[in-house]
Write a protein that binds this ligand. Sequence first.
Ligand SMILES: [Zn+2]
Length: 189
Amino acid sequence: MLFDISELGPAGVSLDLRVDVPAFEWAGGQRVEARNVCLQARLAPTRRGIEAKGEYAALVRLHCSRCLEAFEQALEGHFRLFLRPEGEADAEERASERNAGESDVDLFPVVGQKVDLAALLREQIDLALPVKVLCDDDCRGLCASCGMNLNQATCRCGDAVDGRLSALAEVARKWNGNGGEEQDPPGGK
Ligand SMILES: [Zn+2]
């Protein structure tokens, strides 16, 4: 969805839109699908360029990094960006490199006079995604032996491990503690 900034009057404009954001590739090759992407923003000319300030909400479909299942997560956030036509953005970037105080100002490049709102929102969604994608903080993941999703069912692999461990614990107990009572030490008292 494109917004033509050449039509922007001095008073600015308020946007309240639902924007179609195409699925995109994210870090690690994960494909992110976003739906119900809503944008509420105010665009207004300022001395530093066109300021775009607002908030968004989206429902994103991700894959859990632990159990690999797809799930949906609600995302929302605020942003404040300055829209700069492509040529000016380069000059501004060079200027902001010289001026450390400007480095916290986010610039969003604009090709020609059109702002790609879907690209703007994709960038915001990208930034808001968690570093480690989990369907749930307590996701139990997949069994390393049989591959079963442990959120959905319990496999028998864990029992086998527990069985071996308790057998070992039994041996250790006889060896260390109780063993002394069952067998007289050599030589007696
Ligand atoms: Zn999971």
